[in-house]
Design a protein around this ligand. Structure first.
Ligand code: DON
Length: 305
């Protein structure tokens, strides 16, 4: 397996030159465009890591399926889906357009920014500190990494530059969809996106979804099976934004990308995969990371379809 992964990383490294690191969050400009790494953890807990696997990066939108699971555990399906839809938007991840043209103006799904902000607003806790603590605890449990924490430089940078997210959140508040204090919700959302991870952390989270919410190492149930199913379904239909259809055909693995360059992928009953390549395509997905998953899926016959 390791040889195969090395070959796939080597062969796809050239694609990093065809994209660019995210610049709309200035801190993310510091990433090295050439980095490309992967980690796979299988159901027997074998761990394979190749390339830039030691690099830390911020989780960004890969956090969205995880907070979705927590919000569903906190509130139940009925409440959550009264405030966020279940349909792909077909628009870029930071689009505001449909919030104005759809009535009631609930975000299309929890994977676009507007939907993810709504999801973050539904995390339970008596104040923001407690909400953050609960969120971090859940991310640490799912990643199996007790040391997971926030990159405060990225967080501060997002807070200073996140006016588009601010606009969406205030629009949602004005429509009565978002009930909490906007600045507090955004503060938590920016912290959530700034959690620092490695590909191994993403692979472990992917594996916990692949095993329907049970930690294969000790049998502990971390997520209800039904919630794990919902999360994976969103990853298929909306996880790669407005490239989700193409990705489903070319790769066929439930996956979620982030502008930090991470992709978390989950092959039910088989493995969790973490990929890192901060050079992004025009839609905000890791350009070489998508190619790596394409090759891997083809070689190991991983498409779920
Ligand atoms: O809110 C934002 O724009 C970022 N914190 C996260 C966006 C993101 O990762 C979209 N991914 N492709």
């Amino acid at each position: 397996m390791k040889e195969l992964l090395q070959k796939i990383i080597d062969e796809n490294k050239k694609y990093t030159k065809k994209g660019n690191v995210a610049t709309y969050i200035p801190e993310l400009k510091k990433a090295n465009r050439d980095d490309l790494g992967i980690c796979i953890i299988d159901m027997d807990n074998n761990i394979y890591q190749v390339g830039s696997y030691e690099k830390k990066f911020t989780i960004q939108s890969v956090s969205k399926p995880i907070t979705l699971a927590l919000a569903l555990m906190d509130n139940g399906k009925e409440k959550v889906f009264s405030k966020v839809g279940m349909e792909p938007s077909g628009d870029p991840f930071n689009s505001i357009m449909k919030l104005e043209t759809t009535k009631p103006s609930i975000p299309y799904n929890p994977m676009i920014n507007a939907g993810a902000i709504m999801i973050t607003s539904m995390i339970k806790g008596k104040n923001n500190d407690e909400k953050l603590e609960r969120m971090l605890k859940f991310f640490r449990k799912l990643s199996g990494n007790e040391n997971l924490d926030i990159n405060y430089d990225v967080y501060m940078c997002e807070k200073q530059t996140g006016d588009r997210n601010r606009a969406m959140a205030y629009l949602l508040k004005s429509e009565g969809i978002l009930e909490e204090n906007v600045e507090e919700v955004l503060d938590l959302y920016f912290k959530q996106c700034s959690i620092e991870v490695t590909v191994k952390d993403l692979a472990r989270i992917g594996l916990n979804l692949a095993s329907h919410g049970v930690d294969i190492r000790n049998g502990e149930r971390l997520i209800e099976s039904d919630i794990s199913r919902i999360v994976k379904t969103f990853m298929v239909t909306c996880g790669m934004y407005d490239a989700s259809g193409q990705f489903a055909i070319n790769v066929g693995i439930p996956s979620k990308s982030g502008v930090g360059g991470g992709i978390m992928a989950t092959v039910p009953n088989e493995m969790g995969i973490g990929v890192f390549g901060p050079s992004l395509d025009k839609k905000g997905n890791s350009i070489a990371g998508v190619k790596v998953l394409e090759n891997l899926s083809e070689k190991l016959n991983l498409s779920i379809f």
